[in-house]
Unconditional design. Structure first.
Length: 289
């Protein structure tokens, strides 16, 4: 695959993970009433770092990165301009939120938190809009939107839950442990559901294109179907393993083993998401002018 497509794969996954991580951790913080903020203090800086890395990688896809700021001028007619604007705004809001909490650890900054979450969701929606092209019918379906939001929720929740597991130590003394674990699991399961719903819709879209055998040779070939099956197994197994590790703190006496299993879950989900995004870009076929 060309280098520029790898940059898009990494950019979209990192940005969407950042959004999902923020959403899941802020929901957990809200459920904990702010009392569990100490066990969730790593999430915002991590989300900020992922977003920053994603933005840096996106520059490699541009012919002249220094001219990227001028593309914002086309916001009224260009989805790419909107993507740059909203992902940049999300990163800046996340940076402000992180700075506020680092400067005042006991401050939840709910106002800035709401702004960052809303901008993040808008950024994922706009990123989806970039690929809803009439000239690329394989992408121009609701499956693209479901896939992008599914990645955000699933991968973001797994990263957030793993950070919570490491920081809290997964001990029975953790206040609200099961409640916070439940939030991360619920977000991850919702993300998995969106992904599994989007897969058949995406395959159906390929089958209805004017030239289905050409529209997605990577996805429709025997090897491609095998990779698709592998992707499903990876994200499903990773999500199940993650849910199991998050609900074992009160009955399992080896927190370190739980963290290791959480890392394995993250590796499986991440591998599945990268594979899915490679299949997505591999299905590209432009029809018409």
């Amino acid at each position: 695959m060309p280098t520029n497509e790898w940059s898009l794969v990494l950019f979209t996954i990192l940005m969407q993970t950042s959004v999902g991580l923020l959403l899941a951790s802020e929901a957990a913080r809200l459920v904990g009433g702010g009392s569990s903020g100490g066990a969730l203090s790593w999430q915002s800086p991590t989300a900020c770092g992922l977003a920053a890395l994603g933005l840096l990688l996106s520059l490699s896809h541009l012919g002249t990165p220094t001219h990227s700021v001028f593309t914002i001028l086309n916001i009224s007619s260009s989805w790419l301009s909107r993507e740059i604007l909203f992902t940049g705004a999300f990163f800046l809001s996340l940076l402000v939120l992180t700075a506020q909490r680092v400067r005042t650890p006991g401050h939840n900054a709910w106002g800035m938190s709401a702004v960052a979450v809303l901008l993040g969701l808008a950024a994922v929606a706009v990123m989806s809009g970039v690929y809803l092209l009439v000239s690329v019918p394989v992408w121009d379906t609701v499956a693209t939107v479901l896939s992008f939001f599914g990645t955000a929720l699933l991968l973001g929740a797994v990263v957030g839950g793993l950070l919570y597991a490491i920081q809290s130590g997964r001990t029975p003394a953790s206040n609200g442990s099961s409640g916070l674990s439940g939030i991360f699991c619920a977000v991850a399961i919702l993300g998995l559901a969106l992904q599994l719903l989007g897969i058949p819709l995406g395959l159906a879209a390929i089958g209805t294109t004017p030239a289905p055998t050409l529209a997605a040779p990577f996805a429709l070939s025997s090897g491609g179907l095998g990779l698709l099956a592998l992707r499903i197994v990876l994200i499903f197994f990773g999500a199940v393993l993650f849910a199991w590790t998050m609900f074992r703190p009160l009955s399992f006496g080896n927190p370190r083993l739980l963290v290791r299993l959480g890392v394995c879950a993250l590796i499986c989900v991440l591998a599945g998401e990268v594979l899915g995004r490679l299949l997505f870009y591999g299905s590209y076929l432009r029809l018409g002018v």
